[in-house]
Ligand binder design. Structure first.
Ligand SMILES: [Zn+2]
Length: 289
């Protein structure tokens, strides 16, 4: 049995658009050959790293000028022959769509086989709790969480800053995730990046006290994870590993995993985060079989 990397931004030459290519070259700084891999090349890379499957972010980001709701469907089509190696994470931009459009895309993505939904507040320019009456009452966002809860899909919510030029970082504060945990008690919330670098204390506390919030450790360099989260072992039952590959600074998926595996904490805690926990909450595309 291998490992699971629950948070990547893998792009494939089969599905990449010109806008996404330009964005990746400009803002990620990743080498061209990493951005332009075919699905088969990626499988070889995963085999070499002993990774059973990866989660691929395929949510829309109009404000960044990259992709819309149909992108998740295209990624799923591209990886369908390797359904046990990929979990595709979709999503909708609740503040860009009507209620009807929101329902339409959630249904279509679910039927196609998404494994989770992503809400990216700094890239979508919305608070994670914008559905609350006192936060503007965005009904479309309530539908997203309701749909995920009803269909057993976990929701990743980005917390912490984003260095992309069009990101709005005021939306990265994890405190607004607290409302979602309270209002949707059956929903599994995966708090991406644990609020790093400046809101880790808030995120860590919410992960500790809210039974339905988990931690996604991606984009924190593994060798610095204990600097950011000294009490990591305490939340190892509710944490999952992710690399953020090939996002900024993470251009080697295997090296990142190896670094994570050598964090100086008990081996059982590490195994939970790279194997047991992600296997429990993030099912690959083949879950539909
Ligand atoms: Zn990411």
């Amino acid at each position: 049995m291998g490992y699971i990397d629950a948070h990547t931004h893998l792009v494939f030459k089969e599905t990449i658009t010109e806008e996404l290519m330009n964005f990746a070259m400009r803002e990620w700084g990743a080498p061209r050959e990493v951005i332009l891999m075919g699905v088969k090349d990626v499988i070889r890379v995963l085999d070499d790293a002993n990774i059973d499957y990866v989660g691929i972010m395929a949510f829309p980001a109009r404000k960044l000028g990259t992709v819309k709701e149909d992108y998740a469907l295209r990624v799923i089509n591209a990886v369908r022959d390797y359904a046990d190696r990929f979990a595709v994470i979709g999503g909708v931009e609740a503040n860009e769509l009507t209620i009807e459009e929101t329902k339409y895309w959630l249904e279509r993505q679910y039927e196609a086989g998404i494994s989770a939904i992503k809400v990216h507040p700094p890239h979508m320019w919305l608070k994670p709790n914008a559905y609350r009456p006192e936060e503007g009452g965005l009904r479309q966002l309530e539908l997203v969480y309701q749909f995920a809860e009803d269909h057993g899909l976990p929701v990743y919510i980005h917390t912490g800053t984003s260095a992309f030029s069009r990101a709005r970082n005021k939306y990265g504060d994890p405190i607004f995730v607290d409302d979602v945990a309270v209002d949707f008690p059956r929903l599994t919330i995966i708090m991406s990046h644990v609020g790093r670098p400046n809101w880790v204390a808030t995120a860590f506390q919410l992960i500790r006290i809210r039974p339905n919030i988990m931690a996604d450790l991606s984009s924190i360099p593994p060798r610095r994870v204990l600097e950011y989260i000294p009490r990591l072992t305490e939340i190892s039952d509710k944490s999952i590993y992710g690399s953020d590959y090939p996002g900024p600074g993470v251009y080697d998926i295997k090296a990142n995993l190896q670094e994570f595996l050598s964090i100086p904490i008990p081996k059982e805690a590490i195994k939970k985060m790279v194997d047991d926990n992600p296997r429990r909450v993030l099912k690959p595309l083949s879950r539909n079989r």
